[in-house]
Design a protein around this ligand. Structure first.
Ligand SMILES: C[S@@+](CC[C@H](N)C(=O)[O-])C[C@H]1O[C@@H](n2cnc3c(N)ncnc32)[C@H](O)[C@@H]1O
Length: 429
């Protein structure tokens, strides 16, 4: 993890003992306080950096006065290019440790693609507060990320969220007696949802600019949120999943398109399956490049919005369809798709996909697989399982893991989004 160091402490009962220390780097001398012993390691608080590693630490870069107490970010003191290098290392190590693939089957990890915005990018924050067991606020009363802090601003959040945060905090203070235990606030950036979609040609230039650029903040989990990715519009429920860094989404979706259609590809995919599709981000941005698109997702709300998003972007339901269900079930309904001309996008939650899904995918055997993941460790595990499952299949095919690359959807934090591209080949050359 970025800005968390694993230090080997003096041996304990004959074994080397690992100390997990936040906000510090290899090569530093630090003073720590151990606060918990686990089976294989101890967790520590950092008290003091006695000798910093100045190759990776520049305290002048820290922009947030709540950094270190809030817990939302871990690496504001690290120059951005170094953050990107660290995230590449996370991908390298995850594949070494969890894919169980020989080195020869893992390509050189490409450099991490940075976010256009490194601060002011985060379009959703969810500060929590907790009342004491007798229902009274603690002293100090904290409405914040980790409750040791009381952020009144969050430099990684977008400007409209920062404008709304003090108003939301005041509302909680004014209505505190209506809460029994505590609550989680939602602040989510949205375009102005009053302007109807699809945008009509009759809008005046001012109305058009308003529709494209005016940002509002949604605080209700059940309100519609609207975002634009290039010239594609998306709506979704305030409380449901959508990627939280809009600034990188055009680059991100374009990368996935270019991975599916690399220069010089002879046999172009014509059919797309978007599994774990949410409100249709990949299905809808990629739809213009395919004849037929099918998406599947567990959340009924997200599927309702995915269908609506196809309509809002003038994509007919004959071309692009969505259904609610477990991702593995999609292979029952795409039997007419030609596997040799089909690309499958997989974008599961942090726990990754499952063996049922992998078995169904192997049964279908699409030409191209793009696996997008917010947890590179489960991605590495799943890619290893998939490659081995096809290796032992009797149809003489194998997937080649063509490329692996991190995307920095969350600058200043330890999170990395990883994109793995696989293509099917005959085993005999
Ligand atoms: C990381 S999000 C990706 C959503 C979408 N691809 C996007 O980028 O906006 C993962 C999605 O998988 C959905 N999900 C979780 N388990 C699932 C399952 N077993 N089958 C289908 N969808 C599932 C979640 O509801 C969530 O919307």
């Amino acid at each position: 993890m970025v800005a968390t160091s694993l230090a080997l402490a003096p041996e304990s009962k004959g074994r080397p003992w690992v100390l997990v220390i936040p906000f510090c780097f290899p090569g530093e001398t630090v003073r720590v306080k151990v606060h918990r012993h686990e089976r294989m390691h101890s967790l520590c608080d950092l008290l003091e950096v006695v000798e910093p590693n100045l190759e990776v630490r520049d305290e002048n870069l820290v922009k947030c006065k709540y950094f270190r107490t809030c817990g939302g970010c871990q690496s504001q003191m690290v120059p951005y290019t170094t953050q990107l290098k660290f995230k590449r290392d996370v991908v390298i190590n995850a594949y070494k440790k969890y894919s169980k693939l020989p080195d020869s089957e893992v390509p050189e990890i490409l450099s991490t693609i940075g976010s256009p915005l490194q601060y002011g990018y985060r379009t959703k924050i969810t500060p929590h507060f907790q009342l004491k067991s007798d229902g009274t606020p603690g002293d100090p009363f904290c409405i914040g990320f980790n409750d040791v802090s009381r952020p009144r601003e969050c430099p990684i959040a977008t400007p409209v969220l920062n404008e709304t945060l003090p108003i939301s905090r005041k509302k909680i203070h004014d209505t505190l007696s209506t809460f029994k235990k505590g609550s989680t606030l939602l602040l989510r950036e949205s375009l102005n949802t009053d302007v109807p979609l699809p945008l009509s040609l009759s809008l005046t230039p001012d109305e058009l600019a308003d529709a494209m650029n005016t940002k509002i903040c949604i605080t209700n989990n059940n309100s519609s949120v609207r975002e634009r990715v290039d010239n594609t519009f998306f709506e979704f429920n305030g409380g449901s999943f959508f990627q939280n860094n809009n600034s990188i989404l055009p680059t991100f979706t374009q990368y996935i398109r270019e991975a599916i259609f690399p220069p010089g590809i002879v046999s172009k995919p014509t059919h797309l399956i978007d599994t774990y599709c949410g409100a249709g981000l990949f299905a809808i941005t990629l739809a213009p490049y395919f004849d037929v698109v099918s998406g599947i997702e567990l959340s009924a709300d997200s599927i309702m919005y995915a269908k609506r998003n196809a309509r809002l972007n003038n994509i007919p339901s004959t071309k692009c369809s969505f259904r609610k269900g477990d991702a593995a079930n999609i292979f029952d309904v795409v039997k007419e798709f030609p596997p040799e001309h089909t690309a499958v996008v997989i974008d599961p939650p942090r726990k990754g996909t499952d063996m049922n899904f992998i078995n169904q995918l192997v049964g279908f055997l699409p030409q191209t697989v793009v696996y997008v993941s917010c947890n590179v460790h489960t991605q590495a595990r799943d890619i290893g399982l998939l490659l081995r499952a096809v290796e032992f299949d009797s149809r003489g095919k194998k997937y080649v893991l063509e490329s692996l690359r991190g995307f920095d959807l969350f600058p200043q934090t330890s999170h990395v989004e990883s994109v793995a591209v696989l293509r099917l080949y005959n085993k005999e050359g």
